[in-house]
Every structure is written in structure tokens, then in C-alpha cells.
Ligand binder design. Structure first.
Ligand SMILES: Cc1ncc(C[n+]2csc(CCOP(=O)(O)OP(=O)(O)O)c2C)c(N)n1
Ligand code: SF4
Ligand SMILES: [Mg+2]
Length: 283
């Protein structure tokens, strides 16, 4: 396995063969290839198998409450805009428990990369349906099969105004790295939904299934036409992979719009706090 500056030699609590191992390696290689300084990266996550990932990367991280990676990432990015801030976690964490934060983070457009390991199941809690579980998927809880249509995070993000929306599959190494690089280069919020199999609790959506039920969008795909991208993001089976939407016009990021940065661009964490001002606010 390729060594990177982001390696840590701690024990990893994932099942052998879990897709998370591939994504972990690909993320570390991508950051290494971009020559990012490990001390300049912060990963924010919540709860779940996927959300354990920052504990295995040689960067700063914040591992908080279920579904709360995005507001924490937003605050980190606002406090120190010089950092590369990544919010990462699973489909349940980000689209279920954190669904409200997903909606409003897209609207706020903070300068963060949002990586979602989409295994279409709650892995950590042993196999219940998640918001992206396919209709008919049987679990110990949904014994007759899931009765709902899965949430479509890509279409949702595009309609909410996200400037960068992509999907990839961990089995496609080159595409995954390329898409993450483009997400990092994008100014503002960037969503990367990543097909990433859970080999223990989803025996339907396996590596072979994802490979068979997806295709890589061709190089001449025009990702700048929002309505066309929305229609593309609604395609399923086969699912398109790649950057499905990229706004050709740069949108102001939350930091650029925020009142705290209108008259001064010193990062908030470097500014002196005035006890008098704080007291006045409290009163
Ligand atoms: C508020 C709250 N609700 C539920 C749980 C239980 N719980 C922990 S992880 C998890 C699901 C994680 O699924 P996902 O985000 O898809 O991650 P995966 O384990 O599949 O990588 C749930 C329901 C919790 N810890 N806190
Ligand atoms: S339960 Fe699933 S998601 Fe969790 S480590 Fe095992 S294979 Fe991976
Ligand atoms: Mg999951």
C-alpha cells in the first residue's frame, strides 16, 4: 500500500473487506498528491462506521454527535478560513440524523468538502435501513422490505443551490481521487456522494452491484447546465458517476458573505475578544 504523510498506525475498527478501507487510502493519497500540509487539514465527523475515519488520518479532527459534522465543519471554516475543512460520514449520519444540517449547509455555502460514504445502510447499528436504502431492501427491522423511495441527495443539493455535486464509487480509484481533488479545488460547499459497500450488513448493494449499476459520465459531459444536471442526478440504475454539476459562476462563500469578514479579513481565531463587547451582547 502506498505510504503517505497522512498515515497513522493505529488499530482500525472496521470489518475486513469494508469499502471504508479503500476510501481511507484514497483520501490519504489524494491529500498527499495535492501536497496539502497535514496540519492545515481538519476533518469533522459524527457517528457511524464511516464517521470513525478521521481517527485513522494524520490530521486534526473533531468527532462529535450523530449528524452534527456539518455545523461543526462550518464553524471551523468560518473561524479559520485558511484551513482545508472536510466533513465526512455515512448516509445515515449525513442524510438522516443530519438531514436538517445537510439542507441548511448547502444553503449557507461554507467552504467545505462534504464526503458521504453511501453504503445504503446503517452499518454501525447492524443493518437497519438508511435514507438511501433501496425500495424492497429487507433488514431485521424492515422485515417486509423498505417501503419508501430512497432520498436523492444529489438532486436535493442541486435544487438547494450547491455549486459542486458529484458521485463516485470506491471501486474506481482514479475517478474517486479526481473527483475529491476537484471538490477540494472548488470554492464553497462541495458534495461528493461515494458508493462504498458495507460487506457485513448490505448483501444486496455489494461491490459487484455498484459496479454493475453505475457508469462513468463521459468526459464531454457539460456539468454547467443546472437543469440538465438535475435531470442527470435523477437517473438511477444505472447511476451516473463523476462531477454531475459544477456552477460555472463562482458563488460567494459563507465566509465572503459573513458580516464578520466584511471589514476585516483576519481569521476570527486570531482576533482579540473584548469582554466589554461580549458583556454588552449578553445583556
Ligand atoms: C441521535 C442518535 N440516533 C441514533 C444513534 C444510533 N446510531 C449510531 S450510528 C447509526 C447509523 C450510522 O449509519 P451511517 O451514517 O450510514 O454510517 P455507517 O455505519 O453505515 O458507516 C445510528 C442510527 C445515535 N448514536 N444517536
Ligand atoms: S459493518 Fe459494514 S460499514 Fe461497518 S465496518 Fe463492517 S462492513 Fe464496514
Ligand atoms: Mg451507512
Amino acid at each position: 500500500m502506498k505510504q503517505t504523510r497522512f498515515d497513522l498506525n493505529n488499530d482500525i475498527a472496521w470489518c475486513p473487506g469494508c469499502g471504508n478501507f479503500l476510501l481511507l487510502q484514497l483520501l490519504k493519497e489524494t491529500l498527499d498528491e495535492l501536497d496539502v500540509d497535514p496540519t492545515n487539514v481538519v476533518i469533522s465527523s459524527g457517528i457511524g462506521q464511516a464517521a470513525k475515519m478521521p481517527q485513522y488520518v494524520n490530521t486534526s479532527f473533531f468527532n462529535g454527535l450523530h449528524g452534527r459534522a456539518l455545523p461543526v465543519a462550518t464553524a471551523i471554516s468560518l473561524t479559520n478560513p485558511e484551513l482545508l475543512v472536510i466533513a465526512e460520514g455515512g448516509d445515515g449520519d449525513m442524510y438522516g440524523e443530519g438531514g436538517n444540517h445537510f439542507i441548511h449547509t448547502v444553503r449557507r455555502n461554507p467552504n467545505i468538502v462534504h464526503l458521504v460514504h453511501n453504503n445504503m445502510v446503517y452499518g454501525l447499528t447492524k443493518g437497519q435501513a438508511s435514507p438511501t436504502s433501496q425500495r424492497g431492501f429487507k433488514t431485521p427491522l424492515q422485515t417486509e422490505g423498505v417501503i419508501l423511495e430512497p432520498l436523492n441527495p444529489l438532486a436535493l443539493a442541486i435544487t438547494l443551490g450547491a455549486g459542486f455535486v458529484a458521485r463516485t464509487f470506491v471501486g474506481n480509484r482514479e475517478l474517486t481521487k479526481e473527483v475529491i481533488k476537484q471538490a477540494i479545488a472548488h470554492k464553497g460547499y462541495a458534495l461528493v456522494d461515494i458508493f462504498d459497500p458495507c460487506v457485513s450488513f448490505n448483501k444486496v448493494n455489494t461491490f459487484a452491484w455498484y459496479k454493475e449499476h453505475s457508469y462513468v459520465q463521459s468526459d464531454d459531459w457539460d456539468a454547467s447546465d443546472k437543469l440538465q444536471s438535475l435531470a442527470k442526478s435523477m437517473e438511477s440504475d444505472p447511476y451516473p458517476l463523476g462531477v454531475l454539476y459544477k456552477n460555472p459562476e463562482e458563488q460567494p462563500s459563507l465566509t465572503e458573505m459573513h458580516p464578520a469578514y466584511q471589514e476585516e479579513d483576519t481569521p476570527l481565531f486570531k482576533r482579540k475578544r473584548s469582554v466589554q463587547e461580549l458583556t454588552a451582547l449578553m445583556e
